[in-house]
Structures are given as structure tokens and as C-alpha cells.
Design a binder for this molecule. Structure first.
Ligand code: NAP
Length: 361
């Protein structure tokens, strides 16, 4: 008979990362149980339309059916025994009312509105794991709980599977003082910068990246720089700098006048930017990189020409982050590797769940 401690897992969001996470969890569960004595048991899966729930544990076949349904764009609400419309805050309360204790809530949505549900989860004594950056990058007044609470983990939010946040946390916890952070933190913009470096034309690069699914359907979500800014803010807050988004200057890769166009209009007008990018590339030496540079006072998120930094050596979707600290001064501490991808991101989420489970009494 298993002597493992049972840790219920509530998964919010069954998109790319949610599905990869469930697959990894199903495969790793018995190994983790044997090695660490914790059994991570999925009890609730939720998407935007509803949830499937079994406080005793959702079987592998139910999980597989839910994952397949999502791949075919069918909501969980259509699954047998689903609870349509039970999501967010109501769902977390429902979990407690139905006897689910000491759970880990995993936010793998891309939703703005998760903060109340996640705060409620903490109040109920649950742990929280996020791949979703939005609750962490909202106003500091709301987000600070997530940074101060010992039962919150969010390794996947910066650099996907790269241990960026763990490293920052370790530096600060051991008394180091972070002076400055610099990083190339977007796989999509990394691809764009490498292609510019190779002499390709801006509008063709964006068109190709969009066709290959490297960008969001509306490429402005990537080109706006806001996703990089969220990552920069998360790192700043981990470093101990209680900044808000207005402390960062974020330079989008398109002019303000193109902000409110439809996606089709935006794509049609993109070639108008080609000559500006060609002129920018020709005017300065070095290679283009979309960089976040932050310190205790704020920072910038913008396109730069770099030559000496480690970032100049990056290719494609590789991410890089460098910390200058009291201990790492002349030779700063750098991390470099894939900064996106379902498998590495899901693995970071799973590792966070395991870390929380191991500290649950
Ligand atoms: N892809 C990467 O490499 C990567 C790396 C690091 C971090 N992340 C982050 O990981 C998160 C997930 O990414 P993804 O690529 O898996 O996104 P995705 O494919 O768009 O999936 C998001 C999922 O969240 C669901 N959802 C939205 N609102 C919800 C709510 N209120 N309650 C429950 N579920 C809700 C969506 O449901 P519907 O389908 O029903 O709308 C969908 O299943 C994002 O925040 C992303 O920024 C991704």
C-alpha cells in the first residue's frame, strides 16, 4: 500500500501548457510518489467554460478525454459530469466546500482575471503555481501577496524552463543585493531580431513568424513588448524592487498610429515600417536585440543594437538573462537557453508543484 502524501491538484487552463503539464504529471506521478513520498492527484480541470471535478481524483482516462477534447477545441463543459460555468473564484470556493484540502492550484491560463481566485486559494490554505504572468505583473498593491507568500511558485513565468526566478530568489534569500538585470526574454522577438540580423525584411519576418505560429494571431501582442515588460517586472519584484509597470519605458516595434487597427489592417500596413527598420540596422554597428534593462529605479524594454554583451551571441528563440549583484560584479551571473516551448514550460510548472507538495504538512 502506498504511504505517499496525497496532494490534490487543481488545474486552471487546459491550453498548450496545461495539456503538456497534465501529460507530464500523469507520466511522472508514480516516480515522484516513490522518490519523494508525494502523490500529485489531479482533482479539478477547468477552462473558461466550466470544470470537471472529482475530489477522489480524476482517472487517467478522464484526463486523456479532457485533453483530446481541448485539442479539438471542445470546452470541458461538454465532458460527461462537467460543471458548466463553474470557474474562477466560485470554483476555488466549491473545492473547499467539497472537502478538497491542502491542494495546489495551477494557473496555466493567459487570463487577466485570476487574482481573486488565486488569493482565495491562498486563504483556503492551498498552494499556488503560475505560468500566467498577469497576476504577478498587475498593480503591486494586488500582486505583492504572491511575492511574499511562501506557498506561491512561478518559475515558468520568466525564461520558461530556465531557472531565472529560482536563481533570483536564491540570490536575495542568501543576502546578495541585486544591482541590475538585463535580458533578452522573448523567443518570438529573438527570432525576429536574428532574422533582421540575417538581412531579412521586417514585414516578411512578421508574416512568416505569424504563419508558423511563432507569434500570437495578433502579432502586436508580441511586438508591443508588453509580455517582456511583464517578465521584467516579475524579476524586478523578486529582486526586491517594488515597482509598477509605469516605472518601465516600453517601446513597441510599431508606431502608436497602428495600435487600434484591425489585425488585417495592421498586417497590410506592416511594409510601411520596412524602410525604418532597414535604416535603423544600417545606422549603428552591432546586432539588434529586444532587451529589458532594469534596476531599482525602473528601466527600459526596447530594441537595441548590441555588440559586446552576451546577448549579441544569441540566435533565434534563445533567451538570456544577466544579473549584476553585490557578489557577481565584474563577472555577472548569466543564464542562457530556450525561453519558450511547451515541454520546458510544463516541466517548470510540475517542478513547482513538487516543490510545494514537499513543503505541505
Ligand atoms: N507557451 C510558452 O512557451 C509559455 C512559456 C511561459 C509561460 N507561458 C504562459 O503560460 C500560460 C498558458 O499558455 P498557453 O500557451 O497554454 O495558453 P493557451 O493555449 O491560450 O491556453 C490558455 C487556457 O486557459 C484557459 N482559460 C482562460 N481563462 C480561464 C479561466 N478564467 N479559467 C480557466 N481557464 C481559463 C483557456 O480556455 P479556453 O480555451 O476555453 O479559452 C485555455 O484553455 C500563459 O499565461 C502563457 O503566457 C507560456
Amino acid at each position: 500500500m502506498s504511504t505517499s502524501r496525497r496532494i490534490p491538484v487543481i488545474v486552471l487552463g487546459i491550453g498548450n501548457i496545461g495539456r503538456a503539464f497534465l501529460t507530464q504529471l500523469t507520466r511522472a506521478r508514480s516516480t515522484l510518489s516513490t522518490r519523494y513520498g508525494v502523490d500529485l492527484v489531479p482533482v479539478i480541470l477547468a477552462d473558461v467554460g466550466g470544470a470537471i471535478i472529482n475530489p477522489a481524483g480524476l482517472s487517467d482516462s478522464v484526463l486523456e478525454a479532457a485533453v483530446s477534447a481541448q485539442i479539438n477545441w471542445q470546452s470541458l463543459a461538454g465532458q460527461p459530469n462537467a460543471q458548466p460555468d463553474l470557474t474562477g473564484l466560485d470554483l476555488i470556493r466549491y473545492a473547499a466546500e467539497h472537502g478538497i484540502e491542502h491542494a495546489v492550484v495551477v494557473d496555466v491560463t493567459a487570463s487577466e482575471g485570476m487574482t481573486p481566485a488565486l488569493l482565495q486559494a491562498l486563504q483556503q490554505g492551498y498552494g499556488v503555481v503560475l505560468a500566467n504572468k498577469r497576476p504577478l505583473a498587475g498593480p503591486w498593491a494586488n500582486a505583492q501577496t504572491f511575492f511574499h507568500h511562501t506557498r506561491v511558485r512561478f518559475e515558468a513565468t520568466v525564461g520558461a524552463g530556465l531557472p531565472v526566478n529560482t536563481t533570483l530568489r536564491y540570490l536575495v534569500d542568501t543576502g546578495d543585493v541585486v544591482h541590475r538585470i538585463q535580458g533578452a526574454l522573448s523567443g518570438t522577438l529573438g527570432y525576429l531580431c536574428s532574422s533582421l540580423e540575417d538581412g531579412e525584411i521586417f514585414s516578411s519576418i512578421v508574416n512568416t513568424a505569424r504563419a508558423k505560429g511563432y507569434t500570437e494571431p495578433d502579432p502586436r501582442e508580441d511586438l508591443s513588448g508588453i509580455d517582456v515588460a511583464r517578465k521584467a517586472l516579475i524579476m524586478a519584484r523578486l529582486a526586491g524592487w517594488e515597482l509598477d509597470m509605469d516605472a518601465l519605458r516600453v517601446d513597441p516595434l510599431y508606431p502608436d498610429a497602428m495600435r487600434d487597427l484591425s489585425v488585417d489592417e495592421f498586417m497590410a500596413q506592416l511594409p510601411q515600417l520596412d524602410s525604418d527598420f532597414a535604416a535603423y540596422m544600417g545606422a549603428t554597428s552591432g546586432v539588434p536585440r529586444y532587451m529589458a534593462e532594469i534596476d531599482a529605479n525602473g528601466g527600459t524594454v526596447s530594441l537595441k543594437m548590441v555588440s559586446q554583451q552576451l546577448a549579441a551571441q544569441l540566435r533565434g528563440t534563445v533567451n538570456q538573462v544577466t544579473f549584476w549583484t553585490k557578489r557577481y560584479t565584474d563577472l555577472p551571473l548569466s543564464l542562457l537557453g530556450p525561453g519558450a516551448g511547451m515541454e520546458v514550460t510544463a516541466a517548470a510548472v510540475l517542478q513547482d508543484c513538487l516543490s510545494l507538495a514537499q513543503t505541505t504538512n
